[in-house]
Design a binder for this molecule. Structure first.
Ligand SMILES: [Zn+2]
Length: 454
């Protein structure tokens, strides 16, 4: 099947042809969930909207939104009442569900997704688009070195790779970096899929303990996911150099959609939205409670609606990532919307009235490349996002610098934070290998650390 997805009328969110397609698919999806799920029917009735009267996209802002708390409640209720965790918002027969996966919540309670066979087909189609963007070819040896489990980026990624026709080497990251490095030498994959921090660990361990040069193993590209590292220039450069000039691609999904709906291109100019025929995204401004037009440079949260998902589509789901969008055509030639993630609204700290994303602190520390390893931890004294300055930050140095170098480095980082992020920080420096990275259930590095108040 010819999938002419790169045409402007298929990607440009302001193109009338795409807008018409999205409206029609959205209308059908709203009617479907209204008819098939008592949960959605009640929710829509309560909000006073009826999909049978949905006649213009302007009406969509009146539809109720969905968030992870509601999703979790809905899933707890379906477990109690119907013996499955897919939520009261399930919109297909439970026996039509072909696979379940889970994503980690920041609070530790997982949320579950189900996919029908048709959902999996659309995932495979979207994956093929992403693969094309990343230069992946059928028959390429692809090592899956991420955590291989029911997490969305685990077995479901292997499933999509198999459908795509890759030659999959499903080792999984849980065997440890040493074993994965050994298998890279023994199987010579062209592509490695893992988290950026796992890739960095492999490089470090290969150099310091294993005596293996990963730059000569023939790795052509790394597809990384789960952490912002794949979009941080210093980390991209480090990985590319360490793996002998490999191209680095960031894989990231949209909550509740038939992912991947986003992909990076070789220009590394943000993430491209590659499946507007499969997901409807609104750009939402929390402060003014309005949906923003798609304009270059606009900032807001994405609100996701799965347009053709059969099993429990999320309708107007807010997942709390703040984005900045780019609407000008990319240097790679592709039209449509691109974006960068500014950070999670949930993780956002308020330091002396200044909004601070932990990733922004980490990225700034990373600009001292060569002097710092990139292991960074922000200490947080309570559950509240409000932090009294100075913000306490642990930073790991390269090697064991003497006290003069430490004093200078500490001062330079603190000054740069003050200058660029506009708040006071107190940096504590650690020798290399003494600030241990901690991982969450899906292999993501934790940036925040609970600390007793000082
Ligand atoms: Zn591009």
């Amino acid at each position: 099947m010819q999938d002419n997805w790169k045409a402007a009328e298929r990607l440009d969110l302001n193109h009338p042809e795409l807008q018409q397609l999205q409206f029609e698919k959205l209308r059908q999806q709203l009617i479907r969930v209204y008819e098939e799920s008592p949960y959605y029917r009640e929710k829509f009735d309560r909000a006073g909207v009826n999909p049978h009267e949905f006649s213009s996209i302007e009406q969509y802002k009146d539809y109720p939104t969905f968030d992870k708390y509601e999703e979790r409640e809905s899933q707890a209720q379906s477990l109690r009442e119907h013996n499955h965790p897919l939520g009261m918002h399930l919109t297909c027969d439970i026996r039509e569900v072909n696979r379940m996966s889970a994503s980690s919540g920041t609070t530790g309670t997982p949320s579950f997704q189900g996919h029908t066979a048709r959902d999996r087909e659309i995932i495979s189609r979207n994956f093929a688009r992403m693969a094309e963007m990343c230069g992946l070819k059928r028959g390429d040896k692809v090592m899956m070195a991420g955590v291989m489990s029911m997490w969305v980026a685990g077995i479901p990624t292997v499933d999509a790779l198999l459908s795509f026709g890759a030659n999959v080497i499903p080792i999984g990251g849980l065997v440890g970096t040493a074993k994965v490095v050994e298998m890279i030498q023994l199987t010579r994959p062209q592509v490695i899929v893992c988290t950026p921090s796992f890739a960095r660990q492999m490089l470090k361990k290969s150099r310091t303990e294993l005596g293996v040069d990963l730059s000569i193993q023939g790795v052509e590209s790394l597809v990384v996911y789960g952490e912002p590292g794949g979009s941080v220039p210093e980390i991209v450069r480090e990985l590319s150099e360490g793996f002998g000039g490999a191209s680095i691609f960031d894989m990231s999904g949209g909550t509740g959609c038939l992912n991947p709906i986003f992909s990076q291109c070789r220009e590394h100019a943000g993430m491209h939205f590659i499946a507007p025929d499969s997901a409807y995204i609104e750009l939402y401004d929390r402060e003014t409670n309005t949906v923003l037009p798609w304009e270059d440079g606009a900032e807001g949260e994405f609100v996701y609606t799965g347009l053709d998902r059969e099993c429990g589509p999320l309708i107007r789901f807010m997942d709390g990532d703040k984005m900045r969008v780019h609407m000008t055509p990319c240097k790679c030639g592709l039209p449509g919307m691109r974006f960068e993630i500014l950070g999670r609204v949930d993780d956002m700290l308020l330091v002396k009235g200044v909004n601070v994303f932990p990733t922004a602190v980490r990225d700034l520390v990373m600009s001292f490349e060569g002097e710092v390893t990139g292991n960074v931890r922000i200490l947080k004294e309570s559950e509240s996002p409000v932090v009294q300055p100075p913000l306490r930050v642990k930073v790991e140095c390269v090697g064991q610098p003497d006290s003069a170098i430490r004093t200078s480095l500490k001062q330079r980082i603190e000054e740069k934070i003050q200058r660029q992020l506009r708040f006071r920080a107190e940096i504590s420096l650690f020798d290399e290998n003494t600030l241990k990275m901690e991982y969450g259930a899906t292999g993501k590095v934790k940036l925040l650390e609970s600390a007793p108040s000082s």
